[in-house]
Design a protein around this ligand. Structure first.
Ligand SMILES: N[C@@H](CCC(=O)N[C@@H](CS)C(=O)NCC(=O)O)C(=O)O
Length: 204
């Protein structure tokens, strides 16, 4: 039985979709990650950064959504969510997971939490504007890489597609983010994930 520190609209929803795809037993631990809200001591004990997802498994715990995905898909290979180590698609699988977490998610962080990156509030607007441009660039790179292929890995569906879908749900027009209409290839992949029973259960 897994436990997942969880909040709506967060990266933890993507982890939950993966748990659903695997068919694993899990329990959600709802936690408040609102701006400037003190974090639950139980969350801070496992992730002093105070963010979700945090996955608790027998004998341990971990944070970082992409790492959790590699961990879970490796533990449950029968779910077919990740290419095996000797599959040539393993490289692109890891590449996209890391790219989404260290590049795409960072651009989102800058728009959602500008005070973490700016010395003074008068720089927040500049950070917001620049990070919206950055979001457009990064989604553009992803869209181009997908091209007319079915999934991020070409013909093979993987947990990377679930991450992509999860990250489309963070786009916020009121923050001036681009919309998925600008990235039809990525939008196509996301739409196919949205149809899956796992995603409907979590996001429905
Ligand atoms: N690098 C982390 C970031 C996760 C993250 O950004 N979580 C957000 C919700 S989507 C969060 O908990 N934000 C609250 C905070 O950063 O204080 C990961 O990939 O798991």
């Amino acid at each position: 039985m897994y436990e997942l520190f969880y909040a709506e609209r967060s990266a933890a929803m993507g982890t939950r979709v993966i748990l659903e795809e695997i068919g694993a037993e899990y329990r959600l631990i709802g936690t408040d990650i609102g701006d400037h809200v003190p974090r639950a001591p139980e969350l801070l004990a496992l992730n002093p950064n105070g963010w979700v997802p945090v996955l608790v498994y027998e004998g341990g715990s971990m944070h970082e959504a992409s790492a959790i995905t590699v961990f879970l898909t490796g533990r449950h290979p029968e779910a077919g969510l990740a290419p095996a180590d000797d599959d040539p698609l393993r490289g692109p699988f890891l590449q996209w997971l890391v790219y989404m977490s260290n590049t795409l998610q960072m651009a989102y962080q800058l728009t959602y939490y500008p005070w973490r990156f700016c010395e003074t509030p008068d720089h927040h607007e500049s950070a917001r504007v620049r990070s919206c441009i950055r979001l457009r660039e990064i989604w553009g790179f992803i869209d181009q890489a997908i091209g007319d292929r079915e999934w991020m890995l070409g013909e093979r569906f993987s947990a990377a597609d679930i991450h992509l879908f999860m990250l489309t749900t963070w786009l916020s027009p009121e923050r001036g983010h681009p919309t998925m209409d600008e990235f039809p290839n990525a939008a196509r992949v996301a739409a196919r994930i949205a149809e899956r029973a796992s995603a409907r259960k979590v996001y429905g």
